[in-house]
Structure formats: C-alpha cells, structure tokens
Design a protein around this ligand. Structure first.
Ligand SMILES: *Cc1c(COP(=O)(O)O)cnc(C)c1O
Length: 377
C-alpha cells in the first residue's frame, strides 16, 4: 500500500498500524514457539501468557481492581444485550431492570432485555426537545441525569455511553445515590468509545464493549463485571454465557476467540506505550474539536447533536444539499478517505475517528471538507 488511506469506518474499524505490523511479523511463528497464535491450544502456556497479559494490561489501563472480573467473550455487544439480562435481571425477585434510551443501540438493548423480565424506561430522548430555544430531533439530545427516574430496587440500570449511529456521547456517569437508587448497579454499553477516555469502573456494576469499534478486531467482547453481581443467572442461561463460569475459568470455560484476544492485547500494549487513557483522551479531544470546528464554520455542513453530548468518536454530518452526497463520497474516495457514508437510518455522512485515527487523518478529512465546499458551496 503506497498511498496513504484514511479509514473512517464505524466498525469493524481502523487498527493502529504498529499493531497490524507486529501481528504480521508474528503471524507464522509467535515468539519462536513454532506456531501461529491461531494454531495454539487455548490451554497451552503460550496462549495462557497472551490471555493473562491482555487481562493484566487492560486492568492497568483502566485501573480495574480485583473485585471486578475481566472476561473476553463471544457474540458481540448484540449477544451481550441478551447475556447480561440472563445473568443479572434475577438479582431482584421481580426480575426487573431499568433502561435509558438515547438512540438506536440502547433501544436495541432495551428490546432484547424485554424477553427476560420486566423492563422499564427510566428516561428517553425519542421525542423532540426544546433546549435554549433550539428544537432538537429525536436521538440528538440526552435527558439530564436528574431526569432519570430509576426504580430503587431495579436489578440494574442500563445505558449506552456512546451511540455509534447517532453520534451522541455521555461522558460522565450518573451518581446513583443522588438519583435515589444507590444500590442499583450501572450497566454500560461502552462499545464505541471504550478505551478512548478514562472511565471510573468503581462507579459501575458492569461495562461491556464489542472490540471491533475501538479495541481490536471483531469476535471478542470485553466484559468487566463486579464480582458481587455474579451468581444470578436464569436457569436457561447457556453455561458458556453464565458469567460465573466465564469468570471462574478466566475466559477459558470453552475455546475463546484466541486471535481476536491476541490482537486486542496488542492494542492494550499500544495504548500503554502511548501513555494510557488520559494521553489518548487528549488526542481524541483535539481531533474531535478540529473536526466539529470545521463542520460548524458554515452552514454547508451540519452536525445536529446537542453540543455537550457530541461524540468524540463518531461524527455524523449532513450536507446542506443532499443531492451532493454521491459526489461527496466519490470525491472522498479519490482522496483515499474511506467509509464516510452515514448509517442508513440517519443518512448523510459519518466520520468515525477512533483511537487509531491520528490527527493527520482528521486533517486530511478537514482539507477535503474545505475543498468540497469551495467547489460546491
Ligand atoms: C456496534 C455496536 C453494538 C453491536 O455490536 P455487534 O458486535 O454487532 O453485536 C452494540 N452497541 C454499540 C454501542 C455498538 O456500537
């Protein structure tokens, strides 16, 4: 690949070049073991080292204490949307949980959970809302924490901290005590901004993320769970998805996605070498600021998200004139700017600028935005 391509895919998405380079070098023979990682026993000493190091590096990155289990699972965040109620909803006798709905992903999580118990909506942004004299469309704003009506004996409260399709990010965690629900654990789908910023795991009961957005390749889901929440699986929960089994066997109850865990482990090492989550967060803030500044600089482009909840990772935008969409995408492709087409449900464009996208890539996109506006504005 001689030309510089910039991949803005929402997921599976860009991985750090250094990680792919190292994986390529180790592909046929991992550390002189005579085997590719793909060919190793998941119970042998080599993979045991790879898996244990991945867990230890993730614990170091996120400062995860021993009271939390770290599990590498299969099925993506979609499967986790079922696995988590199967494991957690029976914590209370009424088998009930609360969900906050802020977009397409949290709504999917909610719908999946309704198959396993009584699920309430604690807050949602599915309607228009007037804020500071401006009307925000559904899924472009976030109900403030004070508006979240949490049942104090709910088994858990679920929300999605970064809506990948809508481009809506909730950067802080609610204080459950001040919501009158101090004993309700928070369960967070952090898939698309996992490891993009520090997250205080101690304020949560569980965080989960499909790796293919920001942490590795498709095939592995990271689940971080407070051990106090273990042991409530519904009787029909498959044993491979019972957190008790997965936690006890340290992700090797059955064969885990070994190669995906290995690549995610390399990403964790890459992040540690960069200085950890505070360092990558600083880069992510600069990248997002630069891109939003360009989008806001004229009315040729528009990002319609409530400003304080604009995602640093997924930046959806529309052109003033929809009939220019095809020309925009064609021109972008010519500049080696890939995968900028928006999700079909919202239309327009979307630039996903995950950890692995350097400022240089964002600047290439900004140059193209300027040039396209100059030609068509
Ligand atoms: C992509 C995504 C999912 C679904 O992930 P799959 O791996 O396709 O199951 C769920 N939640 C969020 C926030 C996502 O970005």
């Amino acid at each position: 690949m001689d030309k510089q391509y910039w991949n803005f895919s929402a997921g599976p998405s860009k991985l750090p070049g250094e990680v792919l380079q190292q994986a390529a070098e180790e592909m046929l023979d991992w550390h002189g073991s005579g085997q590719s990682v793909m060919e190793m026993s998941h119970r042998g000493p080599e993979f045991t080292q790879i898996c244990d190091e991945a867990e230890a590096d993730l614990r170091a990155l996120m400062d995860i204490p021993e009271e939390y289990a770290v599990m590498f699972m299969q099925g993506g965040a979609t499967a986790e949307n079922a696995i988590l109620p199967m494991n957690l909803i029976a914590r209370n006798a009424s088998h009930s949980a609360d969900y906050v709905l802020t977009g397409i992903w949290s709504t999917k999580s909610y719908k999946e959970a309704t198959r396993y118990g009584t699920v309430r909506i604690a807050a949602q942004s599915h309607q228009d809302r007037q804020i500071n004299g401006h009307t925000y469309a559904p899924w472009t704003w976030v109900p403030a924490f004070e508006e979240w009506k949490v049942n104090p004996d709910s088994s858990y409260l679920h929300f999605c901290s970064n809506e990948t399709i809508g481009g809506v990010e909730i950067g802080a965690l609610p204080d459950m005590s001040s919501l009158g629900a101090g004993s309700v654990p928070l369960v967070v789908d952090a898939s698309s901004h996992f490891l993009s910023r520090p997250l205080d795991i101690r304020q949560t009961g569980m965080v989960y993320a499909g790796a293919q957005k920001n942490a590795g390749p498709a095939g592995v889901t990271v689940v971080i769970l407070h051990r106090d929440l273990l042991g409530h699986a519904l009787p029909y929960c498959p044993s491979a998805f019972d957190y008790v089994n997965v936690a006890r066997e340290r992700s090797r109850f059955n064969t885990p996605p070994t190669y995906a865990i290995y690549i995610a482990g390399l990403v964790f090492k890459w992040l540690l070498a960069k200085g950890g989550l505070a360092a990558i967060e600083a880069e992510n803030i600069s990248k997002a600021k630069a891109l939003y500044r360009q989008l806001d600089s004229s009315d040729f482009y528009c990002n319609a998200i409530q400003p304080e909840y604009r995602s640093r990772m997924n930046v959806p935008f529309t052109l003033r004139d929809d009939s220019l969409n095809a020309a925009f995408l064609e021109g972008a492709q010519k500049q080696q700017l890939l995968n900028l087409k928006g999700h079909k449900s919202v239309g327009g464009m979307r630039a996903s600028i995950y950890n692995a996208m350097p400022m240089e890539g964002v600047l290439a996109l900004i140059d193209y935005l300027k040039e396209f506006e100059r030609q068509h504005g």
